[in-house]
Design a protein around this ligand. Structure first.
Ligand SMILES: [Zn+2]
Length: 158
């Protein structure tokens, strides 16, 4: 399996999210709403699964043409793939490359697991404080429920 060539659509401008844990690319794509975005813009979105990685053994990669990530989108990537790197490409050249930072708080991208929470009954945008990073643990701003692991359910857009 060594030296297997890695090829994934080349993009001239856009972003590459690399070092995503294997199996997480589709979740990131769904939470970022990349599918809907691709249908709207017609731009290339390439999702690579199970690429060889020295640091992670296996990794996923996402490339999106003509996209830049908002703070909120970067937070999604950081929560799901804390080791990810984001590379920005303009006219075929790398203009920026950085690791993601796990934020101290996040907005309306996760669902509060407490079914009595106001956010599950009224149109209130969710807010969470990140109270732990290993394992990732969140506290709801409204009902103060703390949760981690599979209780972290991301709002998927498509
Ligand atoms: Zn809550």
């Amino acid at each position: 399996m060594k030296d297997r060539p890695i090829t994934i659509a080349k993009i001239d401008s856009g972003i590459v999210i690399d070092h995503i844990p294997a199996g997480k690319a589709f979740l990131i794509s769904q939470v970022l709403g990349l599918n809907a975005l691709a249908r709207k813009t017609g731009d290339i979105i390439a999702i690579g699964i199970n690429f060889e990685s020295q640091s992670l053994n296996k990794k996923d990669i996402i490339k999106v043409e003509n996209l830049s990530l908002t703070r909120n989108m970067l937070n999604v990537v950081a929560l799901i793939a804390p080791m990810a790197t984001v590379t920005r490409i303009e006219n075929g050249k790398v203009t920026e490359k950085h690791k993601v930072d796990v934020p101290d708080s996040v907005g309306d991208i996760v669902v509060c697991p407490d079914r009595f929470c106001i956010t599950n009954h009224e149109q209130v945008p969710c807010k969470f404080v990140i109270v732990g990073k290993g394992p990732l643990t969140m506290r709801c701003h409204y009902c103060e429920t703390e949760f981690f692991g599979p209780l972290i359910k991301y709002k998927e857009k498509n």
